[in-house]
Design a protein around this ligand. Structure first.
Ligand SMILES: [Fe+2]
Length: 315
């Protein structure tokens, strides 16, 4: 099908913001084990960039007694897109956190925040000032950029419809099992196979945040560094079929899952037809055969704690 659609309102994933009780432990992990760079710190709020990415930051961590995902942020091409999205949200009776406005966070910009149908906070912004970034060198096992964010939802079909119809995401593939039905929807907002995905889970929560490494060697070096630091490995290393990307899933100090990945498929969007992949097939889960077989225990490790819903973060 020729791409006759207007330009999508969402262009890419910008960052994921978390709140955690032990900020010092989270900081140490993200900096020393995960390989992100701290770019700003105001005591209770710390911003982390990926060295290879022009995004001002790819992760924000806030100190709070209650662990939660504060928000997930996507980019929009311009102010007109943010305003058009806001009109769509209002027409769809989606509650806004506030009217579109100048952002008070690092890099500024213009954006709107709202609650998706599960109640998590989503931000869509434009005109955020870029960061001076650099090329990641050969054998340098640190993230080039944020790759994708996956959330758990007890009603993944409803959530998928929302992200498709209101935010212009498109379905790339579905993970399915005969016993459980649809397990994961991979959604794209650009030629990357997925920037966002929705997993079936018992409650709304963060499933995982993924970081793209330069290549296979750098992905394995990052994986090894995390292993040597004693980081709990939940699954991997392996290579998924859907998206063709590699995976090493670890738990951060607060039980959120973070992933090192590389080689995520770039789609020819004009000719791509979404497929349904059987999750029970080990070749689907891991083409290499290096990861443990996917079990219920691994799935549970990615359910995370129930999130705080319909409550905006203080910043
Ligand atoms: Fe992933």
């Amino acid at each position: 099908m020729a791409d006759a659609q207007p330009a999508p309102l969402v262009t890419h994933l910008r960052h994921v913001a978390l709140a955690v009780p032990d900020l010092a432990a989270q900081r140490r992990f993200l900096r020393e084990v995960w390989g992100l760079t701290e770019v700003a710190d105001d005591g209770d709020l710390v911003f982390f960039a990926a060295e290879g990415s022009p995004e001002r930051y790819v992760m924000r961590v806030r100190r709070d007694a209650a662990k939660r995902m504060d928000l997930v942020a996507f980019g929009a091409p311009d102010r007109a897109a943010v305003d058009a999205l806001t009109e769509r949200l209002i027409a769809a009776n989606i509650p806004l956190v506030g009217e579109p406005a100048t952002l008070r966070t690092l890099g500024g910009g213009y954006g709107v925040r709202f609650f998706d149908p599960d109640g998590r906070v989503v931000e869509v912004s434009c005109d955020v000032v870029d960061r001076t970034h650099r090329r990641i060198e050969e054998r340098e096992g640190i993230p080039v950029r944020i790759s994708h964010c996956v959330v758990n939802s007890p009603d993944p079909a409803r959530l998928r419809t929302f992200y498709e119809t209101v935010l212009d995401f498109r379905l790339s593939d579905t993970l399915w099992s005969e016993r459980m039905g649809d397990l994961m929807y991979f959604l794209r907002c650009n030629p990357q196979h997925h920037s966002f995905a929705i997993a079936r889970g018992p409650h709304p929560s963060l499933h995982h945040v993924s970081f793209e490494m330069r290549g296979l060697d750098e992905y394995l070096r990052g994986t090894g560094r995390a292993l040597r630091a004693g980081t709990p490995l939940c699954w991997g290393p392996g290579r998924h079929l859907a998206g063709d990307n590699t995976f090493s899933y670890f738990h951060d100090p607060h039980g959120n899952t973070v992933e090192f990945t590389t080689a995520l498929a770039i789609l020819d969007q004009d000719h791509w037809h979404p497929r349904v992949h059987d999750a029970e097939n080990p070749e689907i889960q891991d083409q290499w055969g290096t990861a443990d077989p996917f079990t219920e225990l691994i799935a549970k490790g990615q359910f995370n704690d129930p999130d705080v819903l319909f409550t905006p973060p203080p910043i």
